[in-house]
Design a binder for this molecule. Sequence first.
Ligand SMILES: *Cc1c(COP(=O)(O)O)cnc(C)c1O
Length: 456
Amino acid sequence: MAARPPSPPVEPYRIKVVEKIRLLTREERESALQRAHFNLFNLTSDEVYIDLLTDSGTSAMSDRQWGALMTGDESYAGSRNFQHFERTVKEITGFPYILPAHQGRAAENIFFSSMVKRGDIIPNNMHFDTTQEHVRRNGALPLNVAIKEAYDPTSNHPFKGNMDLPMLQRILKDEAGKVPLVMMTLTNNTGGGQPASLENLREVSRICREAKIPFYLDMCRWAENAFFIREREPGQASLGIAEIGKEMFGLAEGATMSAKKDGLVNIGGFVATRDPALFDKMRELLIVYEGFPTYGGLARRDLEAIAVGLKEAMELDYLSHRISQVRYLGKILDEAGVPFLHPPGGHGIYLDAGAFLSHIPRENLPGQALAVELYREGGVRSVEIGGVMFGSGSDGKDRMELVRLAIPRRVYTSSHLAYVAEVVKSVFARRTSVKGFKMAAASESLRHFTAHFEPL
Ligand SMILES: *Cc1c(COP(=O)(O)O)cnc(C)c1O
């Protein structure tokens, strides 16, 4: 008898507004792929049925957030909404100095331009693509220092976002004077949305303190990370997300944030610090690049929506449903034997394209081939995270070939995810017929956004 299918997680919200989506015919999808030069970033959203390209800025806002937008006080300086935003970020993080920015990479620009100089080395558990780019553009070397289990898609280590502590200590000793900061990305997006443990954060914080090097967080998905800590780390189950957050942020000197993730908004971000001198320096740059420090490249109403969203992203029923959605998709795929990065992360399933299309050699871009095939099969848009996104340059040593099915927050229901699982399973059943790609044209930096591909 067949195993009972996993039960779909029940949404802790009901629908007030709907947005129509449509599945194109197979022929229409084929010509869309041709027109897009097989780069899914070039598809129009009307050509996509289920869009799992990213969880960034794709959240559905709540009725409370839409209400908040109507209370926008669009004063250039000193807006009420900025005050609410600043108060909320301070309350959650405890960091005293906050600068809003139009999104995460803008915060990264301000932060890394102020902190990093030519010849520096930046350790991070794993650099996200834009983070890596900001480090490089400032003449520094991004080093990924995640534990070795992070590179093994089959390992079920509960905290694959952890930093390799002996490696970090070795770097700080060998490269003394060249490391202006240490960063940890929560959760580790590039490595599968995997969390770091409180214990590991404490140790990294201690090592940094001893070496007198500031420790910063990329806190884009901090609430998801805190949920995993609560669930998996001994002694944390009785704590709320806010309490775990206080502990996490208490270990750091500051953070960069894309509010498009755990801020539940469509645009926005910030950088926060305890260092008044750094704050002054960043504020100068902010005015040049983003605007006055009480709006930072955003409409003031957006700051209000962020203030509400940051709190909603900490609610347990919301987080529990979100992580259950990822696990639900993972469970169906697991039962079909589809290889993906284990355990399921916080914001999506990362298909192991290297194993899925094991007949396609790395240089023929198995990740890109799989992403294209999922669209061809069922109009599902995903993103390659592998050779195309990261090239061979950065610490290519254990580079995985992944295809991320990122789940937007509060957007899709369990039946959408069951459909996605069916699409993946269909491609898996005929996987040996899938062919590789070559890159036809690409830009120097962040090339995955603009590259063209040709089927082999
Ligand atoms: C999305 C993201 C960023 C950049 O944020 P944007 O808002 O997209 O500019 C930085 N770090 C991580 C880990 C991210 O996921």
